[in-house]
Ligand binder design. Structure first.
Ligand SMILES: NC(=O)c1ccc[n+]([C@@H]2O[C@H](COP(=O)([O-])OP(=O)(O)OC[C@H]3O[C@@H](n4cnc5c(N)ncnc54)[C@H](O)[C@@H]3O)[C@@H](O)[C@H]2O)c1
Length: 322
């Protein structure tokens, strides 16, 4: 297999690439290394990947017209799989910088599909969507068959646009596509703008942890290596017809308050909590039904929050000390 991974310096893209390289696959990675969060963290993830001889990296912006076909012309003939994980993430940031989301998640998504549809050996495009497309839905758990017309954030709207664009590319060109609705992924090498890292950083520094007030704030926290395992299984199963969408979540929502207490325990410090109002872009709770991916691949999430946090905190302490 020759696999193109977009967003390869990102949290999830880097982890997937590292598993593929361990299995001896050739990985072509692209990323623009933008500074939405510490480029130092992105460079450190890349440095690990660059130890493998099967890895090639191209710094480019997927949304720049012609950038992918131009940079990857010598690999296009052998790419069998595209794992599209580049995106502008961050529900609250999408209120500050909506155009960054249009560029990466709408124009960039189309550019990846355009590139993919001309690949002669292509077997499957797997791309990251998000649990945020369930938006203001309240019927739990969230199922792939639910209507998703009520995005809570502009980020969610752009991820939904990615799904709809994919649907049209499948219909028009027969492109084999699976979209993965990922539910709050956490783990080693995680994103500094996400709750797990932000809370850990505040506790570690003895600063107050900002928790949104109100009852029932919960997330279906999903361990990154469970996500990688799901992606690897789905890759090998392109849909026979139609574009497919699957949830990848832990199927076990946990109160955000519990996450904070567990992080305090693992870091050996009592968290101080500062309550604040929940921004309109943040939904109250998420919970994934995972029956569809289980029926297709046999995958079920294996890591409970306590064991996943153990791994996260071990890495986090090393990262903060570096
Ligand atoms: N982490 C989560 O909990 C989560 C949840 C739901 C969905 N997702 C989705 O999963 C995917 C990966 O998320 P992540 O957490 O690894 O985020 P990340 O920000 O760590 O990784 C995304 C990478 O894409 C790169 N990128 C962004 N725009 C680009 C562009 N125009 N051209 C080239 N590279 C670009 C960034 O530099 C970054 O390295 C994204 O599509 C995200 O929306 C993540």
């Amino acid at each position: 297999m020759t696999v193109l991974v977009t967003g390869v310096a990102g949290f999830i893209g880097a982890r997937i690439a590292s598993f593929l390289l361990e299995q001896g696959e050739e990985v072509i990675g692209v990323d623009n290394l933008n500074d939405y969060y510490s480029p130092k963290l992105k460079q450190a993830r890349l440095a690990l990947l660059e130890k493998s001889t099967g890895f090639r990296f191209f710094r480019l912006d997927i949304a720049t017209e012609g950038a992918l076909p131009e940079a990857l012309s010598q690999y296009a003939g052998r790419i069998t799989h595209v794992l599209h994980f580049a995106a502008q993430a961050g529900v609250r940031y999408s209120m500050d910088a909506p155009s960054a989301f249009v560029r990466s998640n709408v124009a960039g998504h189309v550019a990846v599909l355009e590139f993919a549809r001309h690949l002669p050996k292509l077997e499957h495009v797997v791309y990251a969507s998000s649990s945020s497309v369930y938006g203001r839905n309240t019927t739990m758990p969230f199922r792939e068959t639910d209507r998703v017309d009520l995005p809570g954030s502009f980020y969610a709207a752009t991820k939904r646009m990615g799904e709809l664009t994919s649907e049209s590319y499948n219909h028009l060109y027969g492109l084999p596509l699976t979209g993965l609705r990922l539910f709050t992924v956490y783990g080693p090498w995680g994103r500094p703008d996400m709750a797990c890292f932000k809370f850990a950083e505040a506790i570690f520094r003895g600063e107050p942890v900002s928790l949104y007030s109100g009852d029932g704030l919960a997330r279906d926290f999903t361990y990154v290596d469970d996500v990688v395992e799901a992606v690897l299984r789905v890759m090998g199963k392109p849909p026979e017809s139609g574009a497919r969408i699957l949830n990848i979540g832990n199927n076990s929502p946990v109160l955000v308050r519990t996450l904070i207490s567990l992080l305090g325990e693992k870091l050996g410090k009592e968290p101080k909590i500062a309550l604040s109002n929940r921004p309109a872009a943040d939904v109250v709770a998420t919970w994934a039904s995972v029956e569809a991916i289980r029926d297709l691949t046999g995958w079920i999430p294996e890591t409970d929050l306590e064991s996943g946090l153990e791994q996260f905190v071990r890495w986090f302490k090393r990262w903060m000390a570096a």
